[in-house]
Design a protein around this ligand. Structure first.
Ligand SMILES: Nc1ncnc2c1ncn2[C@@H]1O[C@H](COP(=O)(O)OP(=O)(O)OP(=O)(O)O)[C@@H](O)[C@H]1O
Ligand SMILES: [Mg+2]
Length: 213
């Protein structure tokens, strides 16, 4: 059986992921990055996890709509992730399209590994079998204290079951993200989103520009 593995990087297309706790500012800045890449005349797609495919969106609804074992959460998001990589991300990169993704494997380390406390080793083994030797070219980590993030999304309507978790849960998630950034400073760039949207957008522009050919 032929399995389409990670796209050989024979072109300059990049895989950029957007991470951070709920309300930190990911979605606000994906669009700025997309505009910048498109303005450079490069093809670019925006996608998200869990989701990004018809099956993945069903998994997202299943994931957000039901309580389940923390390990099951991790297994489900990795199933959706493999589908997303094979059907969307790897083919796009192979065609030379840039891929901007709202959440990826760093989120599973942060939310299930640390937030749900299943530990990094379980997540690491799933990452190793799901996408061996494949990781984002750059990860933008939008950082904000959980109380400030919750204030920002307070007007949005009913929180989903992850957003509704305790401040302590979101503190563990945030700490895990920051530890991962400290361990991979070249890949994971931290943006302090206590700064104004304009200031954060400028940093996004500078960082994404550094990847342009
Ligand atoms: N730097 C900033 N300064 C002030 N407000 C901001 C900033 N960045 C984002 N916001 C606002 O904070 C709110 C949350 O931002 P956004 O929806 O982009 O977060 P998110 O990380 O995508 O959240 P979720 O994980 O829930 O999708 C929005 O109302 C947005 O306008
Ligand atoms: Mg968002």
């Amino acid at each position: 059986m032929t399995v389409s593995l990670a796209a050989p990087r024979t072109n300059h297309a990049k895989f950029i992921t957007f991470e951070g706790i709920d309300g930190a500012g990911k979605s606000s800045h994906v669009e700025r990055a997309r505009e910048l890449i498109a303005a450079a005349g490069l093809p670019v797609i925006c996608t998200r996890e869990p989701g990004g495919t018809a099956l993945g969106e069903q998994v997202r609804a299943l994931f957000l709509g039901n309580s389940m074992s923390p390990h099951t959460e991790a297994l489900l998001v990795f199933a959706a992730r493999r589908e997303h990589l094979e059907k969307v991300v790897w083919p796009a990169l192979a065609r030379g399209e840039w891929v901007l993704c709202d959440r990826f494997t760093d989120a599973t380390f942060a939310y299930q590994g640390a937030g749900r406390e299943i530990g990094a080793a379980f997540v690491e083994s799933l990452a190793n079998i799901t996408h061996p030797a494949f990781e984002p070219d750059m990860t933008l980590l939008f950082d904000l204290p959980p109380d400030a993030a919750q204030n920002r999304v307070a007007g949005r309507g009913a929180a989903d079951r992850i957003e509704a978790e305790s401040v302590a849960f979101h503190e563990r998630v945030r700490r895990s993200y920051l530890e991962r950034a400290a361990a991979s400073p070249n890949r994971i760039r931290v943006l302090d989103t206590r700064e104004s949207k304009e200031a954060v957008a400028e940093r996004v522009v500078t960082l994404v520009k550094s990847l342009l050919p």
